[in-house]
Design a protein around this ligand. Structure first.
Ligand SMILES: C[S@@+](CC[C@H](N)C(=O)[O-])C[C@H]1O[C@@H](n2cnc3c(N)ncnc32)[C@H](O)[C@@H]1O
Length: 200
């Protein structure tokens, strides 16, 4: 049945009410959309390298190259199964922290750390390596795609203190001059590797 309005004023008031209700709903939907986009941005983590573990022989060479000392603090950015963190804590008596976003790898490395009774010196942060604080680091190790290193440059330049050492496996930091470069001709499986040492 059509609505009958008693006056023009009634008609206008009704139109305004309907219009406001539509507007209110539109704003509500827009705000919902915005909230979804913002929270998605907060949980979205860019994958800066696929999981490819560093062979154990090369792990030792990386930590030797960094001259990691007992009690020093080291971070492995994108720690995979935690092998660099575990070696740093177990063999070099460093305070070692890994950052890894893959839940399965975090669980695997954390349980290995617990099995080896290294929890006082080694731990893994589950999260984005681009969003951590590295200002306490003496040594940072990375094995990322070249684009990962490029994205890390402003973070490391801002956060790392003078004297901190960075060892990168296979990828350079463009624009930085390495203090030393080491070639590992054979990792035991016939593959060669190149390591870069940088000093802040
Ligand atoms: C090439 S693997 C190196 C693993 C370990 N560092 C090693 O050398 O054996 C790179 C690791 O970085 C992790 N990774 C990639 N992007 C990441 C991010 N934005 N935040 C945290 N971890 C990330 C991957 O899941 C992967 O385990």
């Amino acid at each position: 049945m059509p609505t009958i309005y008693r006056s023009r004023h009634d008609l206008l008031r009704n139109c305004w009410f309907r219009f406001s209700w539509c507007g209110f709903n539109t704003v509500r939907y827009l705000l919902c959309g915005l909230a979804i986009v913002v929270s998605a941005q907060n949980v979205w983590i860019e994958n800066l390298a696929p999981y490819t573990p560093t062979p154990q022989t090369v792990v030792e060479k990386m930590l030797d190259l960094a001259e990691l000392k007992p009690g020093e603090k080291m971070f492995d950015l994108g720690s995979g199964d935690g092998r660099i963190v575990i070696s740093a804590a177990r063999n070099y008596h460093a305070v070692a922290v890994g950052v890894e976003f893959d839940e399965t790898l975090v669980r695997r490395s954390a349980s290995e750390i617990a099995r080896l009774a290294l929890t006082e010196r080694a731990r893994i942060i589950q999260g984005d390596l681009m969003k951590q604080d590295y200002s306490s680091a003496d040594v940072v190790t990375v094995y990322l795609l070249p684009i990962g290193n490029i994205k890390l440059i402003p973070i490391l330049e801002k956060q790392l203190r003078k004297g901190a050492r960075i060892v990168s496996h296979n990828a350079e930091f463009p624009g930085w001059t390495p203090a030393k470069t080491v070639n590992v001709e054979d990792d035991g499986q016939g593959k060669s590797h190149r390591l870069y040492l940088y000093k802040r």
